[in-house]
Design a protein around this ligand. Structure first.
Ligand code: ZN
Length: 167
């Protein structure tokens, strides 16, 4: 005769998880709202951890920018861009720690990085052209994102190394 309340760990009506009334008040679709918040929070943690792993040194040039008080300043780049139309993943294997200049070069499609050798190509920055991307042991890179960058973001205005001229 079990008169006590039965625990049903898989109650299908209970999808509240970490939902609070305060968060639910923001939107008619609290599930979506929470997903965005959680993802943003995770992303910020990954970004902070990754910057610390490299001590704010640029993975391309090795420079460490600093604020007047000596704390480092670096930026994190998503190799395979987030959002439409690219829809890259928000994961550390898709992230690089960069100085502002080389972050801009990635965004502008000026820098290419060979997915197999991690060799950097830059059309006019001789200080980094031919160097290897710095990669710490604790940072796993999904090199398919580099391939995506090279094929979709890098703009090849020079046709000099394209011998196949079919027109
Ligand atoms: Zn740099």
């Amino acid at each position: 005769m079990s008169s006590g309340p039965e625990l049903e760990p898989n109650d299908p009506t209970d999808d509240s998880e970490s939902l609070t009334l305060e968060q639910a008040a923001f939107t008619d679709t609290p599930g979506q709202y929470l997903t965005v918040v959680d993802r943003h929070h995770r992303d910020q943690e990954m970004v902070t951890d990754l910057k610390a792993l490299y001590s704010d040194r640029c993975q391309v040039c090795g420079d460490r920018r600093a604020r007047p008080d000596g704390t480092g300043f670096s930026e994190v780049h998503h190799i395979h861009p987030l959002g439409n139309p690219h829809n890259g993943p928000d994961t550390s294997d898709n992230m690089l720690v960069l100085c502002p200049n080389h972050h801009a070069d990635f965004d502008n499609g000026v820098i290419a990085v060979d997915a197999d050798t991690l060799t950097i190509s830059h059309p006019y920055d001789r200080s980094i052209d031919g160097r290897s991307l710095m990669l710490r042991d604790d940072h796993t890179l999904d090199t398919t994102h580099l391939t995506y960058h090279n094929e979709n973001i890098v703009s090849r205005s020079d046709a000099t190394d394209h011998p196949s001229n079919t027109t």
